[in-house]
Design a protein. Structure first.
Length: 230
């Protein structure tokens, strides 16, 4: 079975300039994800997609393959699925046909190879078309939101409202934590996305997707504390 891990790593971060190669506890941020992918027993290729020469150089030095993405896929508004599609198309042109496409975001350095392999096994051993990591946020009260027209919209079927006195009837809620996504190739090509229509969650402890300097500092503190405890 061919399983490819793809790490999108664009050079033009606005909130935290240069974050993908910014040193985190002495190592470039993207290196943590590269190493986790390479340590996986199931992923057979780890590819960084970037338009940035420095990210490409550092990624290669840590053992990843690098695909240079075209400029039109390196814009502030570029979404992730087209980046993955471009990598898969290039792989297939070269004769490599992945059975599973794995998205490993380089901004989630706390995810390790154990999470990767256990989540992949869950997908491989199931009829689901995709799996992603998520964190349980517990049972929640009924939620509403205001749409773009200003109208209140229920995020649950309020005709079957549970009684507040019966919290056990409230459904458990999960939040995607961004650490891992995997999808079987047929679903990937059908939906052109990294989550299909028959997805399953792989529950993990809370992850931190680095987006700001505060996130960076928080994760660095966790990594340094873990090193002391090891």
């Amino acid at each position: 079975m061919n399983i490819v891990g793809i790490i999108p790593a664009r050079g033009g971060s606005k909130r935290l300039p240069g974050k993908n190669i910014k040193l985190l506890a002495g190592k470039p941020l993207v290196a943590y994800t590269i190493e986790a992918g390479l340590k996986s027993k199931l992923i057979d290729r780890v590819i960084v997609s970037t338009e940035d020469p420095k990210i490409a150089e550092i990624s290669k030095s840590f053992g990843a393959e690098v695909f240079i993405r075209p400029a039109e896929l390196a814009q502030d508004t570029t979404k992730t699925p087209p980046v993955l599609i471009q990598v898969v198309e290039e792989l297939e042109k070269s004769g490599y046909y992945p059975d599973i496409v794995v998205l490993l975001q380089g901004t989630s350095p706390l995810r390790d190879e154990k999470i990767i392999d256990e989540a992949l096994q869950k997908l491989i051993n199931s009829d689901n078309d995709s799996v992603f990591t998520g964190t349980k946020i517990g049972k929640t009260m009924p939620k509403w939101k205001r749409d773009y027209n200003g109208k209140m919209v229920a995020l649950y079927d309020y005709h079957f409202r549970p009684r507040y006195q019966e919290p056990e009837l409230m459904e458990d809620m999960f939040a995607e934590n961004g650490a891992f996504y995997a999808i079987k190739i047929d679903a990937f090509k059908k939906y052109k996305d990294f989550i299909g229509e028959n997805a399953e969650i792989f529950e993990t402890p809370k992850q931190i997707d680095i987006d700001t300097a505060e996130d960076f500092e928080k994760v660095e503190k966790i990594i340094l504390e873990n090193r002391v405890q090891a």
